[in-house]
Design a protein around this ligand. Structure first.
Ligand code: ADP
Length: 408
């Protein structure tokens, strides 16, 4: 019988869910409940080819999960017959405590709640999602999978900020890194890809020497440097604010800007909103979706053009820096919404990085595909590869949850 995992990703006003078969990698059904806590909510449920939309107020995460369970009941597939072996929860911040997928009990819920000060925008929703799911699906084991876990073994030189060591110790300040589930999934898929295996074989090198840079470019965006499967650098830091330009976050920023804004009258919470919700592509161009930025830039809009230039400049800077950290690059990989779909971001990033041996094959780069693929030009074995690898965080969470439950 097929075994599945129900993966839940609770946001502050949304609940995304997917019923995944970890063995085949298929998503059996899934959807999203949106505008939780607002006067009008809606759920979109996908099962096979059919899509069902329900508009109704959804007061809280408990009501959202009840709506999801009703949709499975009414539209299918029946959860009772789905062979669910676990519920996998995406949790953004695991702090220093959680460095691996963890079976949830009361103590784990308390510990995730204790981490709320480190991730005030993200962990409260995860706690709510876990609590209601443990109540409504009490017969199943629940597994928490942390976005920070992959980066727990970052070398100290990469994880440490050059701050007063007592302040760092007191406040748990370090580079935690985020999007870890995606960086782990994608870098593992790259290492297993036949073109990469062949490249290492041709050079007579073992997989432990593989030097990868992964660019996860979604609404949030982050870069990682991975050596032989282990992370050695990542661009998000103590919070997801640091690093690349994102949909609504600025990435790297002089902290002096924050003091200036506070001194001249902005409250700390206004600055928080400015940096998390009103900056990045949205702040610079007025729109946060890369497709909209492109449309505006196409009409000659100067702000949108500058936003694209800033976005690309930052990407090139990070790839160059990570090449230095790794002592060279074997594979540069693009993933997530922008990375998988926007061929101009890929070619724009690589264009000025010829000195690293990076190239783009325009036809391969512009061809649309859902498969992991090589988009660099030429085939000289010493040349680095440029790849596009679709990420699948739900599948990664399902696999990790299944592995933990089966092994316990
Ligand atoms: P999230 O970070 O929310 O998980 P995704 O990885 O799904 O997001 O990425 C969402 C973003 O991907 C959108 O905001 C949009 O900017 C971008 N995107 C999606 N499709 C395209 C496309 N065809 N071309 C350019 N950008 C795209």
């Amino acid at each position: 019988m097929t075994q599945t995992v129900l993966v839940l990703n609770s946001g502050s006003s949304s609940l995304k869910y997917q019923l995944v078969d970890p063995a085949s990698g298929q998503s059996v059904a899934g959807g999203i409940v949106e505008r939780i806590g607002e006067s009008s909510g809606s759920a979109t449920h996908q099962s096979g080819e059919s899509e069902t939309v329900r508009d109704a107020p959804v007061p809280d995460h408990g009501a959202a999960l009840r709506l999801v369970l009703d949709l499975f009941d009414e539209v299918g597939p029946s959860l009772a017959d789905a062979g669910i072996t676990a519920v996998g929860h995406r949790v953004v911040h695991g702090g220093a405590v959680f460095t691996e997928p963890t079976l949830v009990d009361d103590d784990v819920v308390t510990a995730v709640r204790d981490l709320v000060p480190l991730a005030p925008l993200h962990n409260p929703a995860a706690v709510k999602g876990i609590e209601v799911a443990r109540e409504l699906l009490s017969h199943l084991p629940h597994v928490a999978v942390f976005d920070t876990a992959f980066f727990a073994p970052l070398p100290a030189a990469a994880a440490t900020y050059a701050l007063d060591r007592k302040v760092m110790a007191e406040h748990g300040i370090r580079r935690y890194g985020f999007h870890g589930t995606s960086h782990e999934f994608v870098s593992a898929a790259v290492a297993d890809h036949p073109a990469v295996v062949a490249k290492l074989a041709a050079e007579g090198r073992g997989p432990e020497t593989l030097r990868q840079v992964v660019l996860h470019l979604g609404n949030g965006a982050s870069a990682s440097a991975v050596l032989g499967g282990r992370p050695v650098e990542t661009s998000m830091g103590f919070t997801p604010l640091e690093g690349l330009v994102m949909g609504t976050r600025p990435g790297d920023l002089d902290p002096g800007i924050v003091f200036h804004l506070v001194r001249t009258g902005m409250s700390a919470s206004d600055v928080d909103t400015l940096l998390n919700k009103r900056s990045g592509l949205l702040g610079m161009s007025g729109v946060n979706d890369m497709r909209e930025v492109r449309k505006l830039a196409g009409t000659g809009d100067a702000d949108a053009r500058l936003a694209l230039a800033v976005y690309l400049h930052r990407l090139r800077k990070y790839v160059g820096a990570y090449a230095a950290v790794l002592g060279g690059i074997d594979v540069l990989t693009f993933t997530a919404g922008v990375g998988e779909n926007d061929h101009r971001i890929r070619s724009g990033t690589v264009r000025d990085l010829k000195f690293l041996g990076l190239t783009i094959d325009p036809a391969a780069n512009e061809a649309r595909s859902d498969e992991a693929r090589v988009v660099s030009a030429g085939s000289g074995s010493e040349k680095p590869l440029v790849m596009v690898v679709p990420t699948n965080e739900e599948l990664a969470i399902a696999r990790q949850a299944m592995e933990l439950v089966e092994g316990s």
